[in-house]
Ligand binder design. Structure first.
Ligand SMILES: Nc1ncnc2c1ncn2[C@@H]1O[C@H](COP(=O)(O)OP(=O)(O)O)[C@@H](O)[C@H]1O
Ligand SMILES: [Mg+2]
Length: 314
């Protein structure tokens, strides 16, 4: 086993994991929520766990935390088979729907989380102040939790996940309930935490949340992994095509563009032409300018995670 601080240390090792829920009155109905999922998270990485609603993300996370048991395969966290109390103690966890005692203040809730993790005295008070500041709710620290908005509650619960300074964060939809500014702030906070050496594993159903931020992704669909690997390898950054936006395109120019094999999209006041290949772009721009039309925008389109997911999942 690698030593602590070794960047090759595998903090989450999931192998062929399955979970079948028994439901219904006589527990005779089976729901295969997770079907043979495998992936790893190394120390120091930030890994996105993606997939549409119902694809099995929360189920896998609950198994990692020891809240429910797998029905097949195995999962190790910090090298220990789950469920493991010792592994759990080293994780800061943000549940999908955090339950926070409604009559505690935000400060009391975060302090309580710290005390439950073994912190005490001035240290827990100081650290509580620090994490509430980091998650942007210090100004509301003395408000009762029941008076907080969904976004503020989410930030308070994130503070509780951070308070004990855990080696690894496991966050189930940390950006949910936040407005666009809030999402950006939480994204930046995760990047800072990662820069400070924390390992982060978080789920989201929004693919673009992770593209700019994660080292690795694992994408689930209906309980199975459809895409997994480093973002750099998955999205090689090749230009798929270039979108050229043109104003004042005459009828003959439009015909010529279609005849040249480009896809032409009519929009109010403009046309957007999809051009494949860089040489074709230069040639096409020349023709457009000659005709007296205006080029408003030239945008190279690269493959996104969404494209990759659509390609693999369908
Ligand atoms: N306790 C449960 N009993 C029965 N089915 C469940 C239970 N929890 C989750 N499921 C089902 O398992 C599937 C995966 O759910 P979940 O892990 O919550 O997905 P996600 O977090 O990706 O939205 C869904 O079809 C869901 O309805
Ligand atoms: Mg979920």
């Amino acid at each position: 086993m690698a030593s602590q601080g070794d960047s090759d240390e595998c903090l989450i090792d999931v192998r062929n994991l399955s979970k079948t829920f028994k439901t219904g009155l006589f527990r005779r109905r089976f729901v295969d929520a997770v079907k043979g999922v495998s992936f790893q998270v190394q120390r120091g990485q930030i890994v996105g766990f993606l997939g549409p609603n119902g694809s099995g993300k929360t189920t896998v996370i609950k198994i990692l935390l020891g809240l429910i048991r797998a029905t097949g395969g195995s999962a190790r966290v910090f090298g220990e088979l789950v469920p493991s109390v010792r592994a759990r103690a080293r994780i800061g966890f943000l549940p999908e729907n955090p339950y926070v005692y409604p009559y505690l203040t935000a400060r009391e809730f975060v302090e309580l989380s710290g005390r439950l993790s073994g912190m005490a005295g001035a240290a827990v008070r100081r650290r509580t102040e620090e994490v509430l500041d980091r998650t942007g709710v210090l100004y509301a620290a003395d408000r009762q939790v029941r008076r907080l908005s969904k976004g503020m509650l989410q930030r308070t619960a994130l503070g509780a996940a951070l308070v004990a300074n855990p080696e690894m964060l496991i966050l189930d939809e940390p950006m949910s309930g936040l407005d666009p500014v809030g999402r950006k702030e939480v994204r930046e906070l995760l990047l800072e935490e990662r820069a400070g050496g924390r390992t982060i594993f978080f789920s989201t159903h929004i693919l673009s949340d992770v593209e700019a931020q994660c080292d690795h992704v694992t994408i689930l669909r209906q309980g199975e992994v459809v895409v997994s690997g480093s973002i750099r390898n998955l999205l090689r950054g090749e230009v798929l095509h270039t979108d050229v936006t043109i104003a004042g395109a005459s009828e003959p120019l439009r015909r010529e563009l279609v005849e040249a094999g480009h896809k032409v999209h009519e929009r109010p006041d403009v046309v957007v032409v999809e051009v494949a290949g860089e040489r074709a772009v230069a040639e096409m721009l020349g023709r457009v300018l000659e005709s007296g039309a205006q080029v408003l925008e030239v945008t190279p389109r690269r493959e996104t995670l969404e494209d990759l997911f659509m390609k693999r999942a369908l």
